[in-house]
Design a protein around this ligand. Structure first.
Ligand code: ADP
Length: 480
C-alpha cells in the first residue's frame, strides 16, 4: 500500500516520490516498500533551524498566552480534521493497526488542546515579604529555544507532548523526529503552518545522521532546553552532551514495567489489562508490561485465559481493519525479540503460544516457566511477548517488581484495598496503574524515576518543563 493522494497533498514538497541526492527513503515496515523520500538533514541544516527558532523567539514569546492558544487550538482542529489521513500515515510508516493509529492521532491532538488551555495558567506567586516596603514576586518565563528528539513508536503524540507545552509557554522549537517516522512529523508541521504558526516557531530537521544532528542540538548555546524520548543509552549520552551548556533537561527513557497479578485479582479485568498494556502497538511502548508477575494461586488460570485472548489477535498488515498486531519497526527489533525468546527457551521457558517471526511480523507470544536468570527479566522486550513470572508472597512480588534499574510504569491487580495502597506506595516507579492497564492521558504527569528519566510530560508539570522561574524583589516601596 502506498501513500494516498490526500496524504501526498498534505505533505506537499516536503517529500519526493523519486530518489534524490541528499534525501533518504522512508519504508513501510509491513512490506518493505518505499513510501517517499525525505531530506536528510545535516549539522548545517540543524544550525539553520536553531537560528530560525532563535530569531522567532522574541515575537512568539511576546504574544499573549491567549494569542498563542488561539493558534494552538486551530492546529488541534486541523489535526483532528485530518484524523483518517494521519492515522493511515501512522500505520504505513510505523506499522501499528489502524484502529490504534486513530487513537494515536486523537491522543496526539489531546496534548495540543490541553496545553493551548494550560498555557494561560502559567501563574507566578506573590510571596509575603520579610521586610516592610518590599514586594516579593515570582514570574514564569519561557526558557527559550527548545530541542525535541523523538522516537518512532508514537510518531505524533511524542512530538505534540513536547512541542505543545513548549509553544504554549512561549518557546520556539527544533524537532528531530525519528528517522523511521519522518512523515508524521512533516504533516504536523504542515498543519501547524496552516494554523498560522509564524515562520521559525517550529522547525523540523529529519535525518539519518542522528548523532550529527543531536550533537548540534545539545551543544549549541542558543538551545536552552532538550526534551528527549528514546533509549536509555542515547538519553545518557545526550544528558552528558548537554552538561557543558547546562541545558534544562527532560528525559523519558526505557522501562521494564512489572505487571503484578495477585491471587485476589479480578481475573478477567487483569487479563484485559495485561492484553492492553502488553500488546498495544505490538508491544512497542515504553510503558508496555514487560514482566507479568503472577501469584501462584492464580498463575495457571491467568496464563490459560491470557493465551486465549492473545490467540484472537490477528497478526496482519495494520491497514486491515481487523489487524490486532502489526509488524515490528525493523529487522533489528525482530532480531532482539527473537534473541530474548531463544535465550528464555534455552533456560527452560515454555512457549504457550507464538514464538515465531514472519518477516517483520512477530507472533503474539506467551511464555510460562520463566525465571529471573533469563535476559527478558532485565531487558525491555519491545515486542508482543509476555513472560509470566511466578511469585508466592506480597513482599516477594514487590521485590521482583522493583528489581530493575528502570522506574517508568508499573501495574498491579488486586481487590484488597489495603494491599492496593501498600503496593502502590512501595513500587519504585513514576507511574502506577492499579487495576488499570492503560494509564497515559494528557492531563496526568507522565515520567519515570531511576534510570527511566527526568521530568514529566503532560499535565501542569509538563508546562513547567518549558518555563523558568524568576524571583523579583521590589524594594524601597515605602509603606504598602
Ligand atoms: P530507539 O531504539 O527506540 O529507536 P533511540 O534512542 O535510538 O531509540 O532513538 C530515539 C531518537 O533518538 C530518534 O529520533 C533517534 O534518531 C535519536 N538518536 C539516536 N541516537 C542519537 C544520538 N547519538 N544523538 C541524537 N539523537 C539520537
Amino acid at each position: 500500500m502506498q501513500l494516498t493522494s490526500s496524504q501526498v497533498a498534505l505533505l506537499g514538497d516536503t517529500i519526493s516520490r523519486e530518489p534524490r541526492a541528499g534525501w533518504f527513503p522512508v519504508y513501510n515496515p509491513s512490506n518493505g516498500t518505499v513510501l517517499a523520500y525525505v531530506q536528510d538533514g545535516t549539522a548545517e541544516d540543524t544550525r539553520t533551524a536553531i537560528a530560525a527558532a532563535d530569531v522567532a523567539f522574541a515575537g512568539w514569546s511576546g504574544l499573549t498566552a491567549k494569542a498563542r492558544s488561539i493558534i494552538l487550538k486551530k492546529w488541534n482542529d486541523l489535526v483532528l480534521a485530518h484524523q483518517e489521513d494521519m492515522a493511515l500515515l501512522v500505520t504505513l510508516e510505523q506499522g501499528r493497526p489502524i484502529k490504534e493509529a486513530r487513537g494515536e492521532v486523537t491522543y496526539g491532538a489531546s496534548f495540543i488542546e490541553w496545553f493551548a488551555e494550560e498555557g494561560k495558567r502559567a501563574y507566578g506567586r506573590t510571596i509575603p515579604a520579610t521586610m516592610p516596603g518590599k514586594h516579593l514576586q515570582t514570574i514564569k518565563q519561557p526558557v527559550g529555544v527548545s530541542a525535541a528528539i523523538t522516537p518512532w513508536n508514537f510518531p505524533i503524540s511524542m512530538i505534540t507532548r513536547k512541542v505543545s507545552p513548549a509553544l504554549a509557554a512561549g518557546c520556539t522549537v527544533v524537532i528531530k523526529p525519528s528517522e523511521e517516522t519522518p512523515l508524521c512529523a512533516l504533516v504536523l508541521l504542515q498543519l501547524a503552518k496552516q494554523a498560522g504558526l509564524p515562520d521559525g516557531v517550529v522547525n523540523v530537521v529529519n535525518g539519518t545522521k542522528a548523532a550529527e544532528i543531536g550533537g548540534v542540538l545539545t551543544s549549541d548555546p542558543r538551545v536552552k532546553k532538550l526534551s528527549f524520548t528514546g533509549s536509555t543509552p542515547v538519553g545518557k549520552l545526550l544528558y552528558a552532551q548537554c552538561a557543558p551548556t547546562m541545558k534544562k533537561i527532560s528525559m523519558e527513557l526505557g522501562g521494564n514495567a512489572p505487571f503484578l497479578v495477585f491471587d485476589d485479582a479480578e481475573i478477567d479485568a487483569a487479563v484485559e489489562g495485561a492484553l492492553a498494556s502488553k500488546y498495544r502497538n505490538t508491544g512497542q511502548t515504553c510503558v508496555c508490561a514487560n514482566r507479568l508477575i503472577v501469584q501462584s494461586g492464580i498463575y495457571d488460570s491467568f496464563a490459560a485465559r491470557l493465551t486465549e485472548r492473545v490467540r484472537a489477535l490477528k497478526l496482519e498488515e495494520g491497514w486491515k481493519e481487523d489487524s490486532g498486531l502489526g509488524p515490528l519497526i525493523n529487522q533489528k527489533a525482530v532480531d532482539k525479540v527473537r534473541h530474548l525468546v531463544d535465550d528464555a527457551v534455552s533456560k527452560g521457558a515454555h512457549i504457550e503460544l507464538g514464538g515465531h517471526a514472519h518477516g517483520l511480523f512477530y507472533e503474539g507470544t506467551v511464555l510460562t516457566n520463566v525465571s529471573r536468570d533469563m535476559e527478558l527479566f532485565s531487558t525491555e522486550i519491545f515486542g508482543p511477548v509476555a513472560p509470566l513470572f511466578r511469585f508466592e508472597t506480597e513482599d516477594e512480588g514487590i521485590a521482583m517488581a522493583n528489581d530493575t534499574e528502570f522506574g517508568l510504569a508499573a501495574y498491579a491487580y488486586t481487590r484488597d484495598i489495603g494491599r492496593a495502597m501498600r503496593v502502590a506506595a512501595k513500587l519504585q516507579y513514576g507511574m502506577v496503574g492499579m487495576n488499570d492497564g492503560l494509564i497515559s492521558t494528557e492531563v496526568t504527569p507522565f515520567g519515570g524515576v531511576k534510570e527511566s528519566g527526568l521530568g514529566r510530560e503532560g499535565a501542569a508539570e509538563g508546562l513547567d518543563e518549558y518555563l523558568s522561574i524568576k524571583y523579583i524583589s521590589y524594594g524601597g516601596l515605602g509603606a504598602i
